[in-house]
Structure formats: C-alpha cells, structure tokens
Design a protein. Structure first.
Length: 392
C-alpha cells in the first residue's frame, strides 16, 4: 500500500490499469472499479506499442518486449490495382488488447481491482472525492480518476453534454489466425504494416500476439481494420443493430454482426488487393466500431479528473490513443509527486498542458480521418506513416 493519496480509478480497461500502475509507482494507494461483473477478455484487437507505454511497463522492472510484442520493419502500401505502390522503412511494435491488459492487471493487487462496480455518481469536496456506486455503496478517496473510455460515465457526470460525436464512418475489424493463412500470404504480409489507400478510406493489417499471447510465427493473429463510410441515420442504426435486435451505438462485437452485413462486407472486399481480400474472407467473426470525436473543455473538477478517451479521443488514425492515455497517467503521477500529494495543486498544474495535448490529438486525428474518408483522391503516403509526433 502506498503512502501517498488514496485514488479511486473508474475503468478497469487499459486506461484505468495504466493509471493504476503510474499512480502506484508514485506511492498512491489505488483501487480500480470496473463496471462489468465478468473479467474483461476476448477483445483481442491490435495495439501499437509506443515508447511511453514501454516506460510504464518497465516501472516495475526490465521487460523483454519480444515476449509479448510483434515487430514489423516497414510500412507497405497497396494501390487500387492490388500491387505494392510503395514502401517506407518504419520499425513498429504491436501487441494485442488481451495481452497488454493481462500484463497490466498482473501488477495490480487482487483486492485493488473490483468487478461489478458500476458508478452512479461522484461528489468532490475540499477534503475528499466520493464515488457512489449503483448498488448504493460508495468509495472515498483523495482523488477520483475517470479512465472509462469514449462512452465515459465520468464525463456524463462531470461534463454533461460533451458526448461523442459520430464522424460519419465505422471501422470494421477482424482477426485471422496465422495457422489458417497459406505460406505465401504470410510471407507477403508479416514483415510490414500493410496499408491499402482507398477512395474513400483505407485498410490496414499487421501481426499481433495470438489468443494465448504467443508471438511465435504460426501462432500469431493478423489484425485488420477497414474504415468505411456510413451515413448517420437509418443506415447506421440498421448496421449497429445486432443479431438479437439490440442497437449498439459504440460497437457490435464478434459473433453479433448480422449475416447480411457480413455478406455485404465480403462482397465489397472483392475490390481490395488480393492479399487483403484474403484476410477478410478468412475472418469468421468480423466486428464493427463507430468512429467518433470526443472533446471536453475541462479535465479537472475539484478532486476528480478525466483522462484518456474519457476526455479526448475517438478516431484511431494516429494509432496512439493508448499512448496518450499513458501520457495522461504519467503526467498526473508526476504532478502529484511534485506537489507532495496535494491533489488540488497537482490537478491545477497538470490540466493546462493535458488540455492542449488533447485538443491537438483530436484535431490531428480529425484531419487525417477527413482526408482519408471524404477528400477526393487518395491522401499522400506521408500522412499514413504510423504514429503521432505528439506534443510535450
């Protein structure tokens, strides 16, 4: 147990666990609340591992990245004719949501991670923050950190009206076991971040750890994403209504996408380069996420704050949303340390720069998204170099 401020973190996904690790390393006493009653698993999507995330993982000691990351050496671009139109040397590290979540969760004491803890309210006073739960109980701390993602309960409570805004397109995603890919296809794709520039949109694919975290060749997964325009209204509502008739604005998970839309996706994939078309064909359970913009005018509210996608996020084109959440967590821990655990002074010092970074992050993602999805002609290749320069 730390000797610093007691922190209640809302959100048990990656953002919340990164906040827990950063704050615990700064001496804080941390408890993480996750609204889902069952352990989070099976999400599996690929994540680009940025230096700030590596630093966070190494706060508990040296790690071997090759134990849980895949590597690509270059970015490869496919033209509409299916042929490679260009390559750029660019080393990248990828992991999966499941693999990273398991590693972060292993660093948190079992008693400090509570499942089935749905938040109903938050109150901040001069001396404490109180997080009220749906079951009628409450958790008190010196600081409440809401790291609960794009559809944050904390943002609805602290910054009502600042809801995600649909961007006009969705992201289809899929995971293909390497074991079902023929050797020629693997050889063509597995050394690169593979990108098809489309008009409109784009398609990307790269290897990530397998379901059990293995990074051994032949045991990995290929993660692919395909951004496709869908008009807001009836078309979007129909697409995001699952096999049981439930409307899911944020995402339709694997196994819940209706068969007619999967058939439509596979038909549209006939226009993709052959190697990428093969990935779509081999995907048994594709899933869908809506693409949104999220922005708030404030991140600090007395003894409570919003971090990660709960504050700024949505579009994933820079491949750095998880890294930005890690930056938010690191800098918050540093601010608490610099102010000797004085929460209100730390938040006042921390917020201005994080607001600036968040606004720039959303603006950069929006610029790329608009360019990819709605401009005439393919965007220049340089716009698709993986990563985000960021702002200090």
């Amino acid at each position: 147990m730390g000797s610093g401020p007691r922190v209640v973190i809302v959100g048990g996904s990656l953002g919340g666990l990164m906040a827990a690790q950063a704050l615990r390393s700064a001496g804080c006493d941390v408890v993480v609340l996750e609204r889902n009653a069952a352990p989070l698993q099976g999400r599996g999507a690929g994540i680009s591992l940025r230096p700030v995330m590596i630093d966070l993982l190494q706060r508990q000691g040296e790690i071997s990245l090759d134990d849980f990351c895949t590597r690509t050496a270059r970015s490869r671009y496919f033209g509409r004719d299916g042929q490679v139109s260009g390559e750029a040397q660019h080393a990248a590290l990828f992991t999966s949501w499941d693999t990273l979540h398991q590693r972060l969760l292993a660093e948190i004491p079992v008693q400090a991670y509570r499942l089935g803890a749905e938040v109903a309210g938050v109150e901040t006073g001069p001396d404490q923050a109180r997080v009220r739960l749906a079951d009628g109980s409450a958790m008190d701390g010196d600081l409440a950190v809401f790291a609960d993602g794009t559809f944050s309960s904390g943002r609805r409570l602290l910054s009502p009206g600042d809801e995600p805004v649909y961007a006009g397109y969705v992201c289809w995603r899929g995971l293909v076991p390497e074991a079902v890919m023929d050797a020629a296809l693997r050889a063509q794709l597995d050394d690169a971040t593979n990108i098809a520039l489309l008009e409109p949109g784009y398609f990307g694919a790269y290897p990530i750890p397998g379901p059990d975290g293995s990074v051994a060749p032949g045991e990995r997964l290929f993660n692919w994403v395909w951004y496709r325009n869908v008009a807001e209204g009836a078309a979007l509502t129909d697409l995001m209504t699952d096999t049981s008739g439930r409307y899911r604005f944020s995402s339709v998970p694997p196994g819940k996408v209706r068969t007619e839309f999967i058939a439509e996706l596979r038909k549209a994939a006939e226009a993709l380069p052959p190697a990428l078309r093969a990935l779509v064909r081999a995907t048994e359970r594709p899933f869908i996420q809506t693409i949104c913009d999220v922005e708030v005018p404030r991140m600090a509210f007395g003894r409570a704050c919003l971090i990660g996608d709960a504050a700024f996020g949505g579009r994933p084109h820079l491949g750095a949303g998880t890294a930005k959440a890690a930056q938010d967590a690191f800098t918050l821990a540093d601010a608490l340390d610099a102010e000797a655990g004085d929460v209100t002074k730390a938040l006042a010092a921390w917020e201005p720069t994080r607001l600036e970074v968040g606004r720039a992050f959303v603006a950069d993602n929006r610029r790329l998204g608009e360019q990819f999805q709605f401009s005439e002609g393919a965007p220049p290749l340089i716009s698709l170099r993986p990563g985000w320069a960021g702002r200090p």
